[in-house]
Design a protein around this ligand. Sequence first.
Ligand SMILES: [Mg+2]
Ligand SMILES: [Zn+2]
Length: 184
Amino acid sequence: MPQPKLIILDRDGVINHDSPDFIKSPEEWIPIPGSLEAIARLNQANYRVVIASNQSGIARQLFDITTLNAIHAKMHRLALQVGADIDAVFFCPHAAADNCDCRKPKPGMFAEISKRYQVSLKGVPTVGDSLRDLQSGFIGGCVPYLVRTGKGEKTEATGGLPPGTLTFPDLAATVQHILKNPAQ
Ligand SMILES: [Mg+2]
Ligand SMILES: [Zn+2]
């Protein structure tokens, strides 16, 4: 059995529809069509799928950890229904003012993932809809992919993306590209 490969995904705007008012309840967590199926295809190709997500709504007291767990329980349940497995969810609960090391664009969550899986992030694909998603992965050597879902169109228009960033309509199209081009 070959060593599983790793891919790191942002959550809001990549896997599920984002909201300017935050995703504060399981009811508000709605998958983007095709995203969970794309994760299943990654699993079939021997990828471990890990999420790295800023969740400052916790610091802002818009929702608590129990609710975040319930949101993720829904995500895992819907994923399972299409044969998709999300291996782990890393999240930063802090606000920008907390000046933590984990809030993207800081590289802390990516470093934590690298440590947990005992792998270098060099060449590991990371998918996000915001500049800070791609920046924090790029620092550790990840290959950045921007999706146009969520805040992605705005991010693409603003520019200043890490060198080598590839842009696709959504996660499904990104995964299709990654699986066709396995050698990074
Ligand atoms: Mg996002
Ligand atoms: Zn943090």
